[in-house]
Design a protein around this ligand. Structure first.
Ligand SMILES: *Cc1c(COP(=O)(O)O)cnc(C)c1O
Length: 398
C-alpha cells in the first residue's frame, strides 16, 4: 500500500489498466504473466521456514497466494479505494468466506430485504447449522435500521441497487448507524462495479463483488473479490480463504485483469444504453412500469444521483399483460439472450420469479416487490438501436 500512498492518484480508467501490474524486467512483458503453478521453490530450508513463519515475504503455495491473482487483488483494491483485496473462486465463495470470518455462533446479521438468492440461502444455512441469526429489512430510513439492530449485530450486509427491483440503500446512512452500533458494513457492489459506486468512500467497511459480472464483463469466468482494511483481509486470507479453500485460479485471474482494462469504456456504454432502453420501455404502450435509477420518476432518483457515478446497465420492467405477456415477450427476443447472470457485453434477459428468485417463498417475493410478471434486463454494449429493435419486435408479440 505504501507505494500507492506516495504515487500520484490516477483516474479510475488508468487505475483499471495499470494498478497492480509489476513490470517484468527480464522479458519486458506488457501484460501480466499467468503463473500457472501450484507451488514455489525455496532456495534453502531456512528460506522455506522463514516464509512459513511469515517473517519473509514470498510465495509458498498457490492456495496461500499467487502472483497473477495478486495483481488482480491489488487492481480491484485500488479501484475501490481499499487497503487490500482478496480473490475467490466465485462471488459466493467471497460472500461465504467474508461472512464466516466476521461472525460466530450467537451473532446476528442484518441484511437488505431482497438479497441475492444464494446469499439468502447462505444466511439460512448459517442460521440453521451455526446459530448465526439474521433479519432482513428495507433500510429505507434510520429508524427502520435501528429498529432491527440487536446488541449481537455484528454485520450489516447491503446490496444496492437490489436485484431486481433496483431499490437503493443510502450507504452513508447505514455506515453511520453501524459505526454507532459497532457493526461492520459489508456491501455487495456487483450491480455497479467500482467505476460507478465505491462504498468505502461512503464509510462502509468491506466490499464484495461477483467478479463474474461487470469486473470480468465478458461472460467467460466465475469469480469473486472482497476488498477492505488490510487487517480484516489478512484474517480472511489466513482463515476462511486458506482453510475453506475457495481460491481463484491464475488463468481466471488473468481473464479478469484483461476484462478490467476496459471497465471504464464498458461501464460508460452500459450506462448510455441502459438509459436509452429504460426510456424506450417507459414510453412503450404495453409496458406498465420500468425500474431504473436513472429515470427521473424513479422513487430514489435523488439518492442515485448522490451516491452513484452513473445509473448502470440493469433495469427491470413489467408488462400490462402481466406474466403471460412477459413470457411471450421473452420467448420472442433474438438479440437479447435468455440467460441469468448480468454485466456482460451481451444483453441478457431473465424472469426472476421462475429463475433467480425462485428459491424465495412467493409471499416473501411479493413483499419484496418481485411480482410474477417482473422481467430483468441486463443491457449490454451492442448498438443500442439494435437492442431497442429487438425489444420492440418481441413486445409486438406479447
Ligand atoms: C451473481 C451474484 C452473486 C454470486 O456470484 P457468483 O459469482 O455467481 O458466485 C452475488 N451477488 C450478486 C448481487 C450477484 O449478482
Amino acid at each position: 500500500m505504501n507505494n500507492r500512498q506516495t504515487k500520484k492518484k490516477h483516474g479510475l480508467s488508468t487505475t483499471a489498466i495499470h494498478a497492480g501490474h509489476k513490470s517484468d524486467v527480464q522479458t519486458g512483458s506488457l501484460t501480466t504473466p499467468i503463473y500457472q503453478t501450484s507451488t514455489f521453490v525455496f532456495s534453502s530450508v531456512e528460506e522455506g521456514a522463514r516464509r512459513f513463519a511469515g517473517v519473509e515475504a514470498g510465495y509458498v503455495y498457490s492456495r496461500l497466494g499467487n502472483p497473477t491473482v495478486q495483481v488482480l487483488e491489488e487492481k480491484v483494491a485500488a479501484l475501490e479505494k481499499a487497503e487490500a483485496g482478496l480473490a475467490f473462486a466465485s462471488g459466493m465463495a467471497a460472500v461465504s468466506s467474508v461472512l464466516m470470518a466476521l461472525v460466530q455462533t450467537g451473532d446476528h446479521i442484518l441484511g437488505t430485504k431482497g438479497l441475492y438468492g444464494c446469499t439468502y440461502g447462505l444466511l439460512n444455512l448459517m442460521k440453521d447449522r451455526f446459530h448465526v441469526d439474521y433479519t432482513l429489512c428495507d433500510m429505507t430510513d434510520e429508524d427502520a435500521i435501528r429498529a432491527k439492530l440487536r446488541p449481537t449485530t455484528r454485520v450489516i450486509y447491503v446490496e444496492t441497487p437490489i436485484n431486481p427491483t433496483m431499490k437503493l440503500v443510502d450507504l452513508q446512512l447505514v455506515a453511520k448507524v453501524a459505526k454507532e452500533a459497532g457493526a461492520y458494513v459489508v456491501v455487495d457492489n456487483t450491480f455497479l462495479s467500482p467505476y460507478l459506486q465505491r462504498p468505502i468512500e461512503h464509510g462502509c467497511d468491506l466490499v464484495i463483488h461477483s467478479a463474474t459480472k461487470y469486473i470480468g464483463g465478458h461472460g467467460d469466468v466465475i469469480a469473486g473479490i472482497a476488498v477492505g482494511p488490510k487487517p480484516i483481509l489478512d484474517t480472511i486470507r489466513m482463515t476462511t480463504l486458506k482453510d475453506m479453500g475457495g481460491i481463484l485460479a491464475p488463468f481466471d485471474a488473468y481473464l479478469l485483469i484483461r476484462g478490467l482494462k476496459t471497465l471504464g469504456v464498458r461501464m460508460e456504454r452500459h450506462c448510455e444504453n441502459g438509459m436509452r432502453v429504460a426510456e424506450f420501455l417507459h414510453h412503450h404502450p404495453k409496458v406498465a412500469a420500468v425500474y431504473y435509477p436513472g429515470l427521473r420518476h424513479f422513487s430514489q432518483h435523488n439518492l442515485a444521483c448522490r451516491q452513484m457515478d452513473g445509473f448502470g446497465g440493469i433495469l427491470s420492467f413489467e408488462l400490462k399483460g402481466g406474466l403471460e405477456s412477459g413470457i411471450r415477450m421473452m420467448n420472442h427476443v433474438q438479440l437479447c439472450k435468455r440467460a441469468v447472470s448480468l454485466g456482460d457485453v451481451d444483453s441478457l434477459i431473465q424472469h426472476p420469479a421462475s429463475m433467480t428468485h425462485s428459491v424465495i417463498p412467493p409471499e416473501e417475493r411479493a413483499e419484496m416487490g418481485i411480482t410474477d410478471g417482473l422481467i430483468r434486463l441486463s443491457v449490454g454494449i451492442e448498438d443500442v438501436e439494435d437492442i431497442i429493435d429487438d425489444l420492440d419486435m418481441a413486445l409486438s408479440q406479447a
